[in-house]
Design a protein around this ligand. Structure first.
Ligand code: AMP
Ligand code: GLY
Length: 431
């Protein structure tokens, strides 16, 4: 079969790499892909932007694509699944209506409230009804979020009331374009975060391996929020008991509620949860897609054929399949461009990729491009060095061994990916 992967980041490189390993798959097209997908066996890039849904549909029809898997949120929110399905093509992801869970934080918060999902207390505002007095009466820190899509950057954790007001006004006046016309202000939650990502077929939920992302730019969880600077899988904070709570208190009620509201959900469904001291999994957000960079360490551990799981989901049979996982842990370290997340420096030559390719693990590409025989940086997050190990500590050593071979001007990365899991492992190994 021929598979189309929509997107061009690290997540899509991992998806294309994984799908191409299936003996059922003859060809994988990636739109638009990157320098990494361009060199994978059986994989070719197609020069169509991920949000150009009309051209993607034409490409899929002309090239007899059997199955499309959508990476990023933008085409989902634009209705790629609705359009492909109307044309009789199989496309894995939620419809535009179901994708609103990620596309609008105000919609999502109202959904959580309606269905009594555990989440932070909140209010929504527009510039017209903004209430500075209310802000001054709230406990700090507070969290300010742009309503719409802002590539993971539309969230400000404010330590003073003045910062809340400043961040709100910046959003109202166009810092994130139309995405900030409405904002959500919510209570700051304590706890440890985890990414809980599942495949959903409208009714059934097949949880994938757990993972944890590192949203802040710098080592020690310092600096601004980013799209994610590294991830590992599994996340030991999700104990079997917490896994069960997330399924029963978050995932299953959400999938049931979406179906009951007439917007049944098919696709990857990603709950960002903050697990508090009582083990309550408070929902921070839902994403209507696989995580980036969580996909890289999760898929490197997946032993099952992803195309079979996706087909089962499209046919409403997820209750009949199981996903097999490598029992080892995986760590992925993101190498970002200088200036990321504000203004990434593009066009820098990347050194060391050939040497890294001879080592265990896999360097997934994100913002890269081939030009005149060289691989250049072409986005904020450039690469994700991903490796397996018997423990998170071992996987981390192997991932940083890859990182140490790679260099480009301005390269930024965190030196502590997996630190919470490593600290847990160290506590367990010291009597
Ligand atoms: P979001 O896009 O809503 O997931 O927010 C991005 C990041 O900001 C999350 O991954 C958290 O690290 C942090 N964050 C968001 N909301 C809260 C909250 N209510 N309390 C504490 N941290 C939060
Ligand atoms: N890594 C966070 C996300 O994919 O939204």
């Amino acid at each position: 079969m021929r598979v189309l992967i929509v997107g061009g980041g690290g997540r899509e490189h991992a998806l294309a790499w994984k799908v191409a390993q299936s003996s059922r798959v003859s060809e994988v097209h990636v739109a638009p892909g990157n320098a990494g997908t361009a060199t994978e066996p059986k994989v070719k890039n197609v020069a169509i932007a991920a949000d150009d849904v009309g051209s993607l549909l034409m490409h899929a029809q002309e090239n007899l694509i059997d199955l499309t898997i959508v990476g990023p949120e933008a085409p989902l929110v634009l209705g790629i699944v609705d359009q492909f399905t109307a044309a009789g093509l199989r496309c894995f992801g939620p419809t535009a209506k179901a994708a609103r869970l990620e596309g609008s934080k105000a919609y999502a918060k109202a959904f959580f409230a309606r269905h009594h999902l555990p989440t932070a207390a909140y209010r929504t505002f527009t510039q017209d009804n903004f209430d500075a007095q209310w802000v001054h009466n709230q406990r700090l820190p507070m969290v300010v979020k742009a309503d719409g899509l802002a590539a993971g950057k539309g969230v400000v954790i404010a330590d003073t009331h003045a910062q809340v007001i400043e961040a709100s006004l910046a959003m109202f006046t166009g810092q994130f374009g139309a995405a900030g016309k409405e904002i959500v202000i919510e209570e700051f939650l304590l706890g440890e975060e985890a990414s809980f990502i599942a495949m959903v077929d409208g009714t059934h939920v097949l949880p994938l391996a757990t993972s944890q992302d590192h949203k802040r730019l710098a080592t020690g969880d310092a600096g601004p929020n980013t799209g994610g600077m590294g991830a590992y899988s599994p996340a030991p904070v999700v104990t079997p008991l917490i896994h069960e709570r997330i399924m029963n208190e978050v995932m299953l009620p959400t999938v049931r509620a979406l179906a009951a509201e007439g917007t049944p959900y098919t696709g990857f469904l990603y709950a960002g949860v903050m697990i508090d001291a009582n083990g309550t999994p408070n929902v921070l957000e839902f994403n209507c897609r696989f995580g980036d960079p969580e996909t890289q360490p999760v898929l490197i551990r997946l032993q099952s054929d992803l195309t079979l799981l996706v087909e089962a989901a499209l046919e409403g049979r997820l209750d009949e399949v199981q996903a097999q996982w490598d029992s080892r842990s995986a760590v992925g370290v993101v190498l970002a461009a200088g200036g990321y997340p504000t203004s990434a420096q593009l066009g820098q030559r990347i050194h060391g990729l050939d040497a890294a390719a001879t080592q265990p693990g896999k360097v997934f590409h994100a913002g890269t491009v081939h030009r005149d025989g060289q691989t250049l940086t072409h986005g904020g997050r450039v690469l994700c060095a991903t490796a397996l190990g018997n423990t998170v500590s071992d996987a981390r050593l192997a991932a940083y061994a890859l990182v140490n071979l790679i260099a480009f001007e301005g390269m930024q990365f965190r030196t502590d990916i997996g630190h919470l899991a490593v600290a847990r492992e160290q506590r367990l190994s010291t009597p």
